[in-house]
Design a protein around this ligand. Structure first.
Ligand code: NAG
Ligand code: NAG
Ligand code: NAG
Ligand code: NAG
Length: 404
């Protein structure tokens, strides 16, 4: 096209085209300079999707005594009304350490027993994943978005409501006496080997299995048990009596260290959160969570803190790891509605699901940077069987309870 412009013989026209060309080049270079900054805040930060404030359902409208935003109990870790510790009952080594942390920080957490990866219900879940995948055959590896898969249209409305969320979707995949089976399977009853299947990507792209695939692409029993255990904890939070929209829960795994002054740091960043946030990562791995600009802070941190060690909060980019995150009540409901939707349920590692839901705009998530909770990785990992104490991502706190 440019060549044909310059082939034009009329002198005046050539001049005009030349000027046009220069303008075009200038314009595109200006745009190239501006566009990275336009990327610095994802759209959801400025345009809240379903602010729960706007549509209080009958329950809160009729109740004249609206609970204040910060009830006296909302003080755990500076921000939470509830804290859940997800932990395998068999890992007494980790429980001992977490008791130390609990005593030091005076956290009143609820322990949620994680599902043992050898539990028989893991086999049931595998069967359901396989049958779900045969219902929705994936065309090719990557590019089948939209054609077959659709999120339910009512997720936002239900998340923002106070409607009771009874068991549905993949909640029913283990309904065959999970409680009873839990204690009978650790003995030597032989469980058939789990099928070799891969972790889905995007909404439901499924690649076929090859033994040469890396660990992170293979769907294993520990990954399924991790998904199940976190969902159980999230359900505990949602289904409490007397919930209020201002409730916040923090979910922790049992191999963590936290900043000694985590309360101060959390209160400091919390004031910047926009209304209608779903999720906040207190720690993450494998991602540059400073990718988007930090939210402007209305509170100044004490000058005693060095600039690099001050806590900031950024819109999440692609956070991995599930060792420490907070959910608002509507965020917890929105997350659960996604995680239990059968075509998506148990389709991959939980952190891969989180980061896809964030990248695709389904969750409004933020990350505290630098992390205020990290994985210690001093005791063996239950998820990464091959590599001893877990993946290679390492981080340090400024002043952790365990000195990590
Ligand atoms: C609030 O709910 C009413 C009735 O369900 C609906 O008509 C209205 O569009 C909703 N408003 C918003 C902002 O979602
Ligand atoms: C700890 O939390 C539980 C449940 O959230 C509550 O019943 C109990 O009173 C709390 N204990 C203290 C000491 O705050
Ligand atoms: C899974 O793949 C491995 C090879 O990577 C093979 O040894 C094993 O038998 C397969 N298991 C099943 C259930 O197909
Ligand atoms: C993270 O992203 C920000 C913004 O793009 C960039 O300035 C920074 O250097 C990145 N950090 C790392 C460790 O890559």
């Amino acid at each position: 096209m440019v060549a044909s412009l310059f082939a034009c013989r009329a002198g005046a026209a050539r001049y005009v085209y030349l000027v046009l060309g220069v303008v075009l080049v200038l314009w595109s270079s200006i745009f190239a300079l501006v566009s990275p900054q336009m990327r610095m805040l994802p759209p959801f930060v400025r345009s809240p999707r379903v602010p729960w404030k706007e549509n209080h359902s009958e329950a809160s409208c009729s109740a004249k005594t609206y609970t204040p935003l910060f009830s006296p109990s909302s003080t755990q870790l500076g921000i939470a009304s509830e804290v859940y510790l997800i932990s395998l009952p068999g890992r007494q080594d980790r429980r001992k350490q977490m008791e130390h942390l609990q005593a030091y920080k005076e956290i009143n957490w609820t322990v949620v027993d994680a599902l043992d990866p050898s539990d028989i219900s893991i086999g049931h879940i595998f069967e359901r994943i396989v049958s779900q995948r045969s219902l929705q055959p994936s065309r090719g590896h990557w590019n089948d978005l939209g054609s077959v898969f659709r999120w339910p249209a009512d997720i936002n409305a239900i998340a923002a409501s106070t409607e009771y969320l009874g068991a549905s979707g993949s909640d029913l995949w283990t309904s065959t006496n999970t409680q009873d089976s839990r204690h009978t399977t650790s003995s030597s009853i032989s469980v058939p080997p789990h099928p070799n299947i891969t972790c889905a990507t995007q909404d439901h792209s499924v690649q076929s299995f090859k033994p040469s695939l890396p660990d992170w692409m293979i769907l294993t029993a520990p990954k399924i048990s991790c998904w199940y255990s976190h969902v159980s904890a999230v359900q505990k939070f949602i289904n409490r009596v007397n919930t209020t929209p201002a409730d916040v829960a923090v979910f922790l795994e049992d191999d963590i260290d936290v900043e000694k002054d985590i309360e101060m740091r959390m209160r400091q960043v919390w004031s910047s959160l926009p209304q209608g946030w779903d999720m906040v990562f207190l720690g993450h791995c494998w991602s540059n969570e400073s990718f988007y600009s930090a939210l402007p802070s209305s509170r100044i941190m004490s000058p005693l803190y060095d600039l690099p060690t001050q806590s900031r909060i950024h819109p999440s980019y692609s956070p991995r790891c599930t060792h420490a995150y907070a959910l608002s009540l509507s965020g917890a409901r929105r997350l659960l509605l996604h995680l239990r939707y059968p075509p998506f349920a148990y389709s991959r590692a939980l952190d891969q699901a989180f980061s896809w839901l964030i990248e695709s705009g389904r969750l409004r998530a933020f990350s505290v940077v630098p992390s205020v909770v990290i994985q210690r990785k001093v005791l063996s990992s239950d998820i990464f069987s091959g590599s001893g104490v877990g993946s290679a991502w390492r981080e340090h706190l400024v002043d952790g309870v365990f000195g990590t």
